[in-house]
Design a protein around this ligand. Sequence first.
Ligand code: ADP
Ligand code: ADP
Length: 232
Amino acid sequence: MSKVSARGLVKVYGQGDTLVRALDGVDVDLDGAHLTAVMGPSGSGKSTLMHCLAGLDRATAGTIVVDGTEIGRMSQRRLTALRRTRVGFVFQSYNLVPTLTAEENITLPLDIARATVDRAWFDEVVAAVGLENRLHHRPAELSGGQQQRVACARALVSRPSVVFADEPTGNLDSRSSAEVLGFLRRSVDELGQTVVMVTHDPRAASYAHRVLFLADGRIAGDLMDPTQQTVL
Ligand code: ADP
Ligand code: ADP
């Protein structure tokens, strides 16, 4: 069973004469332990698709199943609970709390949910993201790439079913981008996570197991294992 499936997904913004059909009939199945990159021109519907799949925004029509549950039928309260516990998020701006250390930022979602930290998993995530020596630093003492890696570790710490990343390398130089993309890839290959990222970054495609191309709110291309098909 797919981790995330969408059928006939439509999202219309606005009303009256100013309707924008941001998604126009998207069918997609995202498998577990895959890094999927969603690419396409600006305005093609990438963010809208991610927001709908992640339960941050409601679709106008169609069905979305995340981890066996149809999220369109969920109450707002259950949807909020799903976002807190089953889904991890990484944004372009790292959204760290400046007064907390890296470690405190990473465990914040668990603290908010009053859940206990699985130390073995925490250590595994921190090692995979290469932050062992930065745990007591505050965001201002970290580079952009390190801050984004803290944000990635925070997204993974509750062992979510799916991690959604929205332009995770949008603010980073090429070296830091490579660190973050490398970590997202390893979180899939070594830690078994499922990651969906929206990106403009041409480098990102080479790290993904699968690239979906959107154009005008529709899936215009679907490429498996792009590293094996393209010359880097
Ligand atoms: P992308 O992420 O590929 O740049 P978006 O999903 O942000 O595309 O946008 C798809 C389309 O929907 C665009 O035409 C955009 O202007 C429109 N759109 C996005 N969000 C809104 C909104 N909140 N209200 C009205 N139109 C929106
Ligand atoms: P490591 O090689 O230490 O595991 P990296 O961060 O260099 O860590 O890479 C993690 C994964 O990302 C690699 O296993 C590989 O699948 C992929 N990867 C790394 N660099 C590239 C690249 N330039 N292009 C495509 N995929 C890459």
